[in-house]
Write a protein that binds this ligand. Structure first.
Ligand code: AMP
Length: 192
């Protein structure tokens, strides 16, 4: 079983995905974390991905697909929480095909809803805390644009499949966590 966390940069996907993975006993898969690790390790993947990440653009789909295929191919007893993937229609379609191959399905897609002014405030705070090199003002603006153009259409894509669950992403971390866990847990039980 797979749970997908969708939402704009700064919505708190990473934090909520980690908490949800712990709650469900599933494996957290963050394509952003995997890419940052590859950059830090100086692997071939990292060298190819770096400039796209620094510009706030999407890394080419085929690089991402290889990474995700490796993770899902390794198996996980409790399923996976996908954080930051899929990011566009082509990735969503290849994920669907991959899940068919390994006989897995999507429990639900949690869409974390946060207004844009709140996002910009949060991202600026995070840049200071984590020292991320893709959190300059220009990059952040581009990441929000890329989200709107490429990722947001997935809300309709998964909505059309009856898989979308909108969650209010404003409030305390624990409070949002309770909302996410209640919805994702219920969807997991229904889908099983
Ligand atoms: P994130 O931590 O999820 O915000 O990802 C940081 C950066 O990694 C993004 O701005 C993209 O450059 C890249 N990235 C992460 N996940 C993906 C993905 N699924 N497809 C393409 N690029 C991605």
């Amino acid at each position: 079983m797979i749970w997908i966390l969708l939402g704009p940069p700064g919505a708190g996907k990473g934090t909520q995905a980690k908490m949800l993975a712990e709650h469900l006993g599933a494996e957290h898969v963050s394509t952003g974390d995997l890419l940052r690790q590859a950059v830090a390790d100086g692997t071939e993947l990292g060298r190819k991905a770096k400039s796209f990440m620094e510009a706030g653009d999407l890394v080419p789909d085929e690089l991402i697909l290889g990474m995700v295929r490796e993770k899902l191919g390794a198996g996980s007893r409790g399923g996976w929480i996908l954080d930051g993937y899929p990011r566009n229609r082509a990735q969503a379609e290849s994920l669907g095909a991959m899940l068919g191959e390994i006989d897995q399905s999507i429990a639900c897609v949690v869409d974390l809803e946060v207004p844009e002014d709140e996002l910009v405030r949060r991202i600026a705070g995070r840049a200071a805390d984590e020292g991320r090199t893709d959190d300059t003002e220009e990059t952040v603006r581009n990441r929000l644009r890329v989200y709107r153009d490429q990722t947001q259409p997935l809300i309709d894509y998964y909505g059309g499949q009856g898989l979308l669950k909108a969650v209010d992403g404003v409030g305390g971390i624990e409070e949002i966590g309770d909302r996410v866990q209640a919805i994702a847990g219920a969807a997991g039980r229904t889908a099983q």
